[in-house]
Every structure is written in C-alpha cells, then in structure tokens.
Ligand binder design. Structure first.
Ligand code: ZN
Length: 276
C-alpha cells in the first residue's frame, strides 16, 4: 500500500473501504466510483479547479483514438527499466498514461486537482488508486515513493524530492520546441518555440538528469479530432474566437506532436555528485 498522509494535519492516513481516517480524526470518504477527494475546501482556488467535464471528454476521445500512442509507449518503456514498486502520476487527468504505467509498476496512484477527470479515470480503471488533490501538498509520507511522473503538469520540485526515496526518479514530459507548430500558427499571430530546457534548470540542485529523448507523433486529423485537440490544449483559450473558428473550419489538418521525455534521479544527500 501507499503511505498516505492527511492533507490537513500531515499525520498518517489509515485507508478503509468506506472512509480514510487520520490520527486526528479528519475523515475522507471513498466515493461511489472508488476515488478519494483529499482536496480540503480551503485549498481550492476556485469552485471546480482544473479541467472542465467538456475538456476532459474531448481529451478522452482524442487520446482514445491513439493519436499520442507513441508517447504512451515511450513512457512505459522508460518505466520498464526502473523496476519501481510505487509510482505517483501527478496531474494524471483522466488517466490515459496512468493506465499504461500500471502495466509496468505494481502500485500506481493517479492524482489530479480536477474532479471530473478523476471520476472518469476511476470508472475506467480499478487497479489504480485515484485521488483528487493538490500538487502543492502531496498526500504521501516522506521518502515513500519510487517514481513521481508529471506529464504536462505542475512540477513541485521540493515536494517531489520530499516524497521520493533516495535514488527515486522523476519522469517528466513537456512539449518539445516545435510541438503542434501548425496548430499554433493557426491560432496566433506569432508562434514561440517551447523551451523544455528551462525545466532542467529547476531540477538542478536536487536531481541528476539520467536520460532524455524526443518523441514524435505525426498527426493527420479529421475536423472532429482537430476540435477535440483544441478543446484539450491550453493554446485555444488564449487565441481569439475568430482565429479558432477559422482553424476549426479545416476538414483535415496535418501537424506534428513532439514531446521531450526526461528522467531525473534524486541525488543522495551526502554524495551529490555520485551516480550509482
Ligand atoms: Zn488530519
């Protein structure tokens, strides 16, 4: 099992079938779908934080069609070599990648701030522990996880460091510089390349970069698939309605999805320069 802690008082959380309880009596109910909401009301920044039900459904359709399968396969391959026992997938969304992780790691937890995403995930996959929660305060005991993954999601580096055991890993995926370039050309006056290198910097003090690869997925999209893609990316709601409508009028569209997949290893406290 996972070593969980209470998001309110940080004491150990005991899991039971119906309700999870901490030593101070804070109680969290297991939902009908099987997930647990560990997001205290006072930690919410809005009434329903994270993705909406519509964008979650669009992402489920788009990913379900296999457009990002090369990335899913690459993530599974990286994990296969680690022999990890406990993994947290941070910002897991509706769990498309989390399901593939479960094929490689015995104990997998998917955590996301968006309840609609976790509800959908919990209905589909019963072999994963699904939590609604915040990346700012991970509900795990110190040094209790082997891997934390974050795909296009927040990177609370200090919290990741706290929950990982010595020699534990962070698996991070972020858009490569030219990710969905043609889509962004349709939406914006000027397109800027993504800068994956800036994330490497954030890990520098406490982690070592172990491996890095670029994964590409050439896309030929129907009009419906293009609309789903626009509904699930953050790009579209930064664009004007006119430009989005013009782009959505394409009956077929070609572009390239490109991802930067990085694996970091937690440095040992005393031997910060030695890789074993
Ligand atoms: Zn508590």
């Amino acid at each position: 099992m996972f070593e969980l802690i209470c998001p309110l008082c940080r004491t150990a959380l005991q899991t039971h079938d119906k309700t999870w309880l901490c030593l101070n009596g804070h109680a969290f109910d297991v939902s009908r779908e099987g997930y647990v909401n560990l997001l205290p009301v006072q930690h919410k920044k809005s009434l329903s934080p994270g993705d909406t039900a519509d964008s979650v459904a669009a992402r489920r359709r788009f990913l379900g069609a296999g457009h990002y399968q090369p990335l899913r396969d690459a993530v599974a391959r990286v994990l296969r070599d680690l022999s990890a026992q406990r993994l947290l997938d941070l910002g897991c969304g509706e769990g498309y990648y989390t399901e593939a992780m479960r094929g490689e790691v015995p104990l997998v937890c998917g955590l996301d701030i968006a309840k609609p995403a976790i509800q959908l995930a919990a209905r589909q996959q019963k072999q994963v522990t699904w939590l609604v929660g915040s990346a700012a305060l991970l509900p795990f005991a110190d040094a209790s996880l082997d891997v934390v993954s974050s795909l296009f999601s927040p990177l609370p580096v200090a919290e990741m460091h706290r929950v990982l055991r010595p020699n534990g890993h962070v698996l991070m995926v972020t858009p490569a510089p030219d990710h969905l370039w043609q889509v962004r050309q349709g939406l914006f006056e000027a397109v800027r390349a993504h800068e994956p290198d800036k994330f490497v910097q954030a890990f520098h003090d406490d982690f070592v970069l172990v491996s890095r690869q670029q994964v590409e997925a050439p896309l030929t999209l129907s009009q419906a698939a293009l609309k789903d893609l626009l509904a699930m990316t953050p790009y579209a709601w930064k664009a004007t309605a006119e430009r989005r409508a013009l782009l959505e009028a394409n009956e077929s569209f070609q572009t390239l999805a490109a991802f930067d997949v990085m694996l970091f290893k937690r440095r040992l406290e005393q031997q910060s320069e030695i890789l074993d």
